[in-house]
Design a protein around this ligand. Structure first.
Ligand SMILES: Cc1cc2nc3c(=O)[nH]c(=O)nc-3n(C[C@H](O)[C@H](O)[C@H](O)COP(=O)(O)OP(=O)(O)OC[C@H]3O[C@@H](n4cnc5c(N)ncnc54)[C@H](O)[C@@H]3O)c2cc1C
Length: 396
């Protein structure tokens, strides 16, 4: 997205990507991983001119379907019919953006190049699969190399970036709920949650009627990944905790051991730029846990805000400094809200008091459009910065 926005401003852009070119690969083979897209991300896709390529495969989710022993209850996300979030396939989204970026003459895509660090004069150093080393020809570098960013590490070694990484004690594992007789086995227009207090299972719909389910569970201790050693352990755990979902997962044990166990955490960084030479953006600057469905949305919002600052003009150093000043309070706020939302999703949604308060908040919002609940401010109101959304919700 950033390459597209920069190209539109007339910059020459080279995109270096560690992975190989996904074009030509069969997107429907292998694992399907999806993300919740909301208003902040939609605004970015719109600005990049890619929204109409993404929406045909985006599935609206109007609320969270909470599965308990007593059955399932739909808790609507918003008060208006258009207040929905969308499930989008990561691979399709990547492809739409790559194809759109490649249409610009001033964008060059170089796959199979991994950033390894920075040279003394702040150029990015890269290595290909054969071990050949090159230095980026263009400057400045905007590092969007994700939560484990080697460019961030290089800035940290020089004392420019001060980094605090807070790993979560819970990991995740992605599983599949296949279509049943060609039809979705669950309501396809909802995000499904099986909250169990200390842990949870969620599922988001895919085109074709399948769902990607994600188990979030502690690494160690009672009810943890370390206890799920054999196929029987996995089956017994799911039968005890998620019998309804287990009945929909014929490949549960095989997938459980074939799919990786992913780690989660928050990365807090101060010092996102080296003068006008290097800037960290997206997860590289501020990775968060996924429980508000905002990491990608926030990264897309970064792109829009950097684009706005470039439009205003000034030296790169000034633009990068203004970017960090403007974004840091907001990315800190969404990092906290994402952690808080884990407790809400796995536990609080079960509490009758929470449901009463939610109903009261929705009623208030209908009569006073300024009394917007926190979830709605984050998901449906990109004009309200994250920090303001959090502050407004805490003063209520
Ligand atoms: C389980 C899970 C569920 C999530 N669900 C949601 C959701 O529902 N909604 C949402 O908004 N967000 C969600 N997120 C967060 C979202 O995935 C990230 O915030 C988002 O992908 C960040 O984008 P990015 O471009 O900054 O980094 P990434 O998406 O990590 O992209 C980094 C890119 O850089 C490449 N790269 C990495 N290292 C190098 C290197 N050294 N050199 C060159 N290239 C490199 C990678 O191959 C990749 O293409 C979720 C995350 C997880 C883990």
């Amino acid at each position: 997205m950033l390459a597209i926005l920069l190209a539109r401003r007339g910059f020459r852009v080279t995109v270096y990507e560690r992975r190989s070119d996904p074009r030509g690969a069969n997107l429907d083979s292998g694992r399907s991983i999806n993300l919740a897209l909301a208003a902040r991300g939609i605004r970015g896709l719109e600005r990049a001119g890619v929204l109409e390529r993404v929406m045909p495969f985006a599935i609206p989710m109007r609320g969270r379907m909470v599965h308990t022993d007593g059955g399932a209850e739909l808790q609507m996300y918003g008060v208006r019919p258009d207040e929905v979030i969308y499930s989008v396939g990561r691979a399709h989204l990547n492809l739409a953006l790559i194809e759109a970026a490649d249409r610009f003459e001033n964008v060059e895509l170089r796959f199979g190049r991994a950033a390894t660090g920075l040279t003394a004069d702040n150029r990015v150093e890269l290595r290909d699969a054969a071990g050949r080393v090159e230095t980026a020809e263009l400057a400045p570098t905007i590092a969007t190399d994700g939560a484990g960013s080697p460019v961030r590490d290089a800035l940290a070694v020089r004392g420019i970036a001060r980094v605090r990484e807070e790993p979560l004690a819970h990991d995740y594992k992605e599983l599949t709920i296949p279509a049943a007789g060609g039809r979705p086995a669950l309501d396809a227009n909802a995000l499904h949650i099986w909250p169990r207090g200390g842990f949870m299972l969620i599922a988001l719909p895919n085109p074709g009627g399948t769902f990607t389910a994600t188990l979030f569970l502690a690494r160690h201790g009672a009810n943890s990944f370390e206890q799920l050693v054999t196929g029987d352990d996995v089956q017994a755990f799911f039968q005890r905790e998620f019998p309804g979902a287990r009945a929909l997962m014929p490949d549960l044990a095989r997938e459980f051991f074939e799919h990786p166990q992913g780690q989660l955490g928050t990365v807090y960084t101060e010092g996102w730029h080296a003068g006008g030479d290097v800037l960290l953006l997206g997860d590289a600057a501020h990775a968060i846990v996924p429980f508000h469905g905002q990491g990608m949305n926030c990264a897309f919002e970064d792109c829009v805000e950097l684009d706005d600052l470039l439009a205003k003009g000034g030296s790169m150093d000034e633009v990068f400094a203004a970017f960090e000043r403007r974004r840091k309070p907001n990315t800190d706020a969404i990092a906290e809200m994402a952690l808080e939302n884990y407790v809400e999703m796995r536990e609080t949604v079960l509490d009758p008091e929470y449901r009463r308060k939610k109903a009261a908040a929705e009623k208030r919002e209908k009569s006073d459009p300024n009394a917007i609940p926190r979830y709605s401010m984050v998901m449906f109101h990109p004009e309200i910065p994250y920090a303001e959304a959090r502050a407004r919700s805490l003063t209520r």
